[in-house]
Design a protein around this ligand. Structure first.
Ligand code: UGA
Length: 461
């Protein structure tokens, strides 16, 4: 099938390449010329395992091309919109400038029968707002949220654990802004017409995702508002799970309990599950933090602020854990870090990524620098991005060089290079002071202590 993908960031570039890899003919479109040039040459503009391989094979096969020219979207059967929805500069709500601009730019090239499939994470009600413009061209708007994790993005796109498609129906829900919460059809084509179009659109999306559908991946067809909400509520749930265990870490710290054992113990209950119960310096990245804030802001607009007011607490717990890690370093160094050399292991917001957006790791590094420490940061993939954002920090590629003469070491991104590959004995021979703060609770305290280190975890005695 001929597909276009508007927006070639993390989401769009991976989606375009993944769709080409399962046999579609794909054009990726973005306004950023450098990104398009790099992708056209089969080079990923960011670190994502497996992406370079499918980019190269797609471009070489002729199934995949990239352009800045929106006119090339013409003729595609489905147009995926995967542009960014960052946090607004002066508030918590999502900035929809790029979504609106992408849709407006696409409108002249839509033909009757085309599908526009929104993939960006948006406040509920956005699709209902966009629908009339798209439907005026004879095309149909569906919402098809994306659940990929950075670091596993290719696998998650080709073989997702579920597919969700919101289609027009008799009650596609809400508009944004002041229109209140009354139901609206959003289209004017009438309930039955909408239902038929919805079914046809879902059928086409089933064809797009044929390998996953054939292997029985759950394919959930719903209305537009539900599809939008599925995405934000999934991320809100994940963020809440992390902050829950980090709240337990705060209590554990007070009473001398061990949050990692607590997580293991409650995680054995299948209803709870151990995943996303990793206590530490908390969540960051381009999604979870801004998505919970945008959700809370949207709920306020809808007059339902209290329904998700706990998300403010989730955010607050999360940010407190970064402070706690800084506090442990200061404490470990006797109450004053001025002029002390602190080595920070990790800059990316999580391993397998070079993404530093809202990275807890870098936040800890920057705060320590602000307190007067002499901070050296190392990371297997994210140094270039970190240096651009925070040139005031010192960056060192080689791990041993970074550790040399450190007064304290803080592990903030749990790369295998740090959690498995550092020998505590070898590290002890390099540093000036054997103090380690394990911001991800991923080291074996007994092994580090045996090698002479003073070990601090988060929520551990
Ligand atoms: C997240 C979701 O997991 C994806 O399903 C979603 O599609 C994506 O956002 C998105 O909206 O695009 P991602 O941002 O790649 O994916 O990262 P996660 O793997 O969710 O990790 C988020 C943060 O939580 C990281 O900083 C990680 O270190 C932290 N985390 C994760 C913890 O602190 N503890 C845990 O137990 C797990």
């Amino acid at each position: 099938m001929k597909l276009s993908v508007i927006g070639c960031g993390y989401l769009g570039a991976v989606h375009a390449a993944a769709m080409a890899s399962i046999g579609h003919e794909v054009v990726g479109i973005d306004v950023d010329e450098r990104k398009i040039e790099s992708l056209s040459n089969g080079r990923s503009p960011f670190f994502e395992p497996g992406l370079p391989e499918i980019l190269t094979s797609g471009v070489e096969s002729g199934n995949l091309r990239f352009t800045t020219d929106m006119a090339e979207a013409k003729g595609a059967r489905v147009h995926f919109v995967g542009v960014g929805t960052p946090q607004q500069k002066d508030g918590y709500a999502a900035d929809l400038t790029y979504v609106n601009a992408a849709v407006d730019a696409l409108l002249p090239y839509l033909s009757p029968g085309d599908i526009v499939a929104g993939k960006s994470t948006v406040p509920v009600g956005t699709a209902a707002d966009l629908a009339p413009r798209i439907e005026a061209t004879g095309a149909t708007l569906v919402w098809n949220p994306e659940f990929l994790r950075e670091g596993f993005a290719v696998q998650d796109t080709i073989d997702p654990d579920r597919l969700v498609v919101g289609v027009p129906g008799p009650s596609t829900g809400l508009g944004t802004g002041d229109e209140g919460s009354g139901p609206s059809t959003g289209s004017g084509t009438g309930a039955t017409g909408d239902e038929d179009r919805g079914e046809r659109a879902a059928e086409i999306l089933r064809e797009v995702y044929h390998p996953a559908v054939a292997k029985g991946t759950p394919f959930i067809v719903t209305d537009l508002a539900t599809a939008e909400l599925v995405k934000v509520s999934a991320n809100a749930f994940l963020a809440t799970k992390i902050s829950f265990i980090n709240a337990m870490a705060e209590i554990a710290e007070t009473v001398g309990a061990d949050v990692t054992q607590l997580a293991d113990a409650i995680g054995h209950d299948a209803r709870i599950g151990r995943r996303f119960l990793g206590a530490g310096i908390g969540f960051g990245g381009g999604c979870l933090p801004k998505d919970i804030r945008a959700f809370a802001a949207r709920a306020e607009e809808l007059g339902r602020g209290e329904s998700v007011s706990f998300l403010r607490e989730v955010d607050a717990i999360n940010l407190r854990r970064r402070e706690r890690a800084v506090h442990l370093v200061v404490d470990g160094l006797g109450g004053n870090v001025v002029g002390k050399k602190v080595t920070v292991l990790g800059a990316a917001f999580k391993p397998h990524s070079d993404d530093i957006r809202d990275s807890p790791a870098l936040d800890v590094a920057v705060r320590l620098k602000g307190l007067g420490a002499d901070v050296t940061v190392t990371d297997p993939e994210a140094i270039e991005n970190a240096r651009r954002a925070h040139p005031q920090l010192t960056y060192v590629d080689d791990r041993d060089d970074a550790l040399r003469d450190a007064d304290a070491v803080v592990l903030v991104t749990e790369w295998d290079e740090y959690r498995r590959e550092i020998s505590p004995e070898h590290a002890a021979s390099l540093v000036a002071g054997t103090i380690i703060i394990d911001g991800r609770n991923c080291l074996d305290p007994a092994a580090w202590r045996a090698a002479g280190w003073i070990y601090y975890g988060l929520g551990r005695p």
